[in-house]
Design a protein around this ligand. Structure first.
Ligand code: MG
Length: 453
């Protein structure tokens, strides 16, 4: 997971720079990235936000001084969700830097750069920042033109208002939903609870306070980390449960019976109720076929991309898409902003429930469901050899090479991908039946396991 940090390696992975404070993320390193980013952006001001991690203030200070040394003003927006910073950047046409390690455990932190349209920075611009960092060719201001340290505590409020303005607030309010929310003690601890109250929900919040140690739960919103929320909801006192990751660009949902809902199904649900004929939907090749089924039901087109939210967002812009999403619960709404947005996802799901008068489980029973299984295995060999070995042994009907190899077999498909950041390969299995899914998963996991370079 740790970026290499050497002169020949990449620093930015699929989700920015990730590492441990005082290991990769030393104050010298962070300050240098601040200088390099400000030199590349050539903007008068840069906005910076952070999640609740204990190292956030240290990383912020180092970034701010690096940025100011180039003559650029640094605006500290404080703690807020990543999409809150992105909305601020979009609204003010300003570049931004987010300090977060998203769903990674408490010991990590990270730096993600945001372009002036609120999207995650393109790879070309990230490479430009790396080059400036490694060569030390920063812009340096004279003593009389050092940047100013500014603060703006309005960004979270502006963001919530933007989300509220995009949904039929009165319809949601009149439904009077009973909601249990778990913002993970992260960036959404004081945005999502406010949003839900303003949507007329009667609310119980757990982990609704800042805790940079993530003592109560790991910030990844997976069922194994949500036992408190799942237990709270078991007695049926709530209409819906909501959970975020550390920086709240993702939302996960629990139905009224306390059952965790996979992100694919939320995307499928959004397509069914919010997309129309001719709309374009963008999703990585790893998401369920349920997405295609809902899209064809309403007459929308699906574009499949490589795995990664920035790729989905950029493909949405290029293809004028209205909706994008990933199976991990990261949804992108073209009429709001081109980045994953946890609060917007929450508002839209509640809006669909309110408009239809149906429970989440009723709504989900109307979308086509498949069985999916995911796993990973250690792999440090040559990817091309593994790919060849798997294709030869599996007798596929068709192979899609958009990202890794997606192998279509009789009763479903398998996707085998090499991780960009860790020495592992990920194996996904997908089928109409549970038995088919189990069979595909074990067949392809075994192939990876049996491979000898
Ligand atoms: Mg995240």
């Amino acid at each position: 997971m740790q970026a290499s940090g050497n002169a020949h390696g990449r620093l930015f992975g699929t989700n920015g720079i990730r590492g441990k404070p005082n290991e990769l993320l030393t104050t010298d390193f962070v300050s240098s990235i601040g200088k390099a980013a400000a030199t590349m952006f050539l903007s008068k001001r840069i906005a910076i936000g952070r999640d609740t991690r204990t190292s956030g203030a240290m990383v912020m200070s180092a970034l701010v001084s690096g940025i100011m040394s180039t003559g650029t003003d640094a605006i500290d927006l404080g703690v807020l969700p990543t999409p809150g910073l992105q909305y601020y950047c979009l609204l003010n046409s300003l570049p931004g830097v987010m300090i977060t390690a998203s769903h990674n455990p408490a010991e990590y932190n990270g730096i993600k750069c945001i372009d002036i349209d609120g999207t995650e920075l393109s790879q070309e611009k990230e490479i430009e920042i790396e080059k400036i960092h490694f060569t030390g060719k920063y812009k340096v201001s004279g003593w009389q033109s050092v940047g100013v340290a500014l603060q703006d505590n309005t960004a979270a409020r502006t963001y919530i208002e933007a989300v509220l303005s995009k949904v039929k607030r009165d319809v949601v309010v009149s439904a009077g939903f009973r909601v249990a929310a778990d913002p993970a003690c992260g960036g959404a601890y004081y945005t999502t609870p406010f949003l839900l109250r303003e949507l007329g929900c009667s609310l119980t919040t757990i982990n609704g306070f800042p805790d940079g140690m993530f003592t109560s739960r790991n910030p990844e919103p997976r069922p194994e980390n949500l036992s408190a929320l799942l237990t709270l909801m078991k007695d049926g006192s709530y209409d819906i449960g909501i959970a975020h990751d550390g920086d709240a660009d993702r939302a996960a949902f629990v139905d009224s019976s306390g059952k965790f809902v996979e992100g694919d199904l939320i995307l499928s649900l959004l397509i069914k109720h919010r997309s129309r004929k001719g709309d374009v939907i963008v999703t990585p090749i790893s998401t369920s076929d349920s997405v295609d089924d809902s899209a064809s039901e309403v007459g929308a087109t699906v574009i499949r991309t490589k795995v990664g939210a920035p790729i989905v967002a950029r493909t949405m812009i290029d293809g004028k898409a209205s909706l994008g999403g990933e199976e991990n619960g990261g949804m992108i709404f073209g009429d709001h902003q081109y980045c994953r947005d946890g609060a917007m996802t929450v508002a839209r799901v509640l809006e669909i429930m309110a408009e239809t008068g149906k429970s989440l489980s009723e709504l989900l029973s109307e979308v086509k469901r498949y069985h999916m299984k995911k796993g990973s295995a250690h792999f440090s060999g040559k990817w091309e050899s593994l790919e060849k070995f798997i294709v030869e042994r599996s007798n596929p009907e068709r192979v899609d090479r958009t990202d890794g190899i997606k192998i279509y077999v009789k009763d479903g498909w398998a996707l085998v991908r090499k991780s960009g950041t860790e020495p592992i390969v990920r194996v996904y299995a997908h089928s109409r039946t549970e038995a088919g899914c189990t069979r595909i998963f074990s067949e392809f996991s075994s192939l990876v396991h049996d491979f000898r370079p």
